[in-house]
Design a protein around this ligand. Sequence first.
Ligand SMILES: NC(=O)c1ccc[n+]([C@@H]2O[C@H](COP(=O)([O-])OP(=O)(O)OC[C@H]3O[C@@H](n4cnc5c(N)ncnc54)[C@H](OP(=O)(O)O)[C@@H]3O)[C@@H](O)[C@H]2O)c1
Length: 279
Amino acid sequence: MRWAALLGNPLGHTLSPLIHNTAFQLAGLEGTYIPIQVVEGYLEEVVTGLCFMDNLLGFNVTIPFKEAARRLMDISSPEVDLIGAVNTVKRGEHKLIGYNTDWTGFLSALDEAWGAPLEGKKTLVLGGGGAARAVIYALHQQKVAAIRVAMRSQAKREMLKDEIPWASIETIPFTPEAIEEALSETDLLVNATPIGLKGEAMPFSLAPMGKKAFVMDLIYNPPRTPLIREAREMGIKASNGLAMLMYQALEAFYIWTGRRPDPGPIKEALQKWEREREA
Ligand SMILES: NC(=O)c1ccc[n+]([C@@H]2O[C@H](COP(=O)([O-])OP(=O)(O)OC[C@H]3O[C@@H](n4cnc5c(N)ncnc54)[C@H](OP(=O)(O)O)[C@@H]3O)[C@@H](O)[C@H]2O)c1
């Protein structure tokens, strides 16, 4: 039986097996998807071992290995070099091929939830880690008018500009004053920090944002963060990261199998999980 895996640490209660195992069924393929919690510092050993296993299609890579995985690839797609992170690996003939499907997952999810053309829009991204870079790449591809990035460390703000010279970004401090000033001219706000994972509120108010703006929180567990709640209370449309998770997974599934199953039943399974999580 063919199979694929997820490498990360911690993996907790990951939703990726639900998505991929449903995708195998929908595509009529015999296959399975297995989470593997890798001891930190041993990614290379695990990847080497995987290469000796029969029927492996490929694997996904998540926190904290997305940057380290890049160095283990024989070939990488062009966006991997620009974003600086791999989240999907295809096992080719005697080689590993690295891809990043977070950025297309983000765009598909945003298009589905908001639907507004991104060209000419003013955007603000919170955080400058791996997910933020995939989002910045996506926004850059869509020719947005402005990409502001709020980060708490001045040294990292300077480093980010050097590391992604292809994107024209403005970095701002992660302070209520700087963020609220930027929000008054922001069409799209993206949270790419872990703030909200434990139910924490953002240290700023969405009051300066216009009602036609959109808020996308990449966090999906919990499904409704205080940021999403605040946006909706103010009449601003907002969505969580569940659809991004699904679309990045379906793109990985396509890379491994060449098949694009109907996302409908997978969405239903994820919505069921969401309802149970919120109950
Ligand atoms: N929906 C999806 O498919 C999907 C995909 C990928 C990621 N995500 C989510 O996106 C989020 C970020 O993931 P990542 O992989 O980019 O993580 P990461 O590489 O660790 O980056 C996190 C970023 O958030 C910043 N940050 C952390 N705590 C902060 C705080 N209290 N105040 C201000 N900034 C803070 C970090 O700043 P420092 O560098 O200063 O620590 C860093 O810039 C996570 O919640 C993850 O679950 C979702």
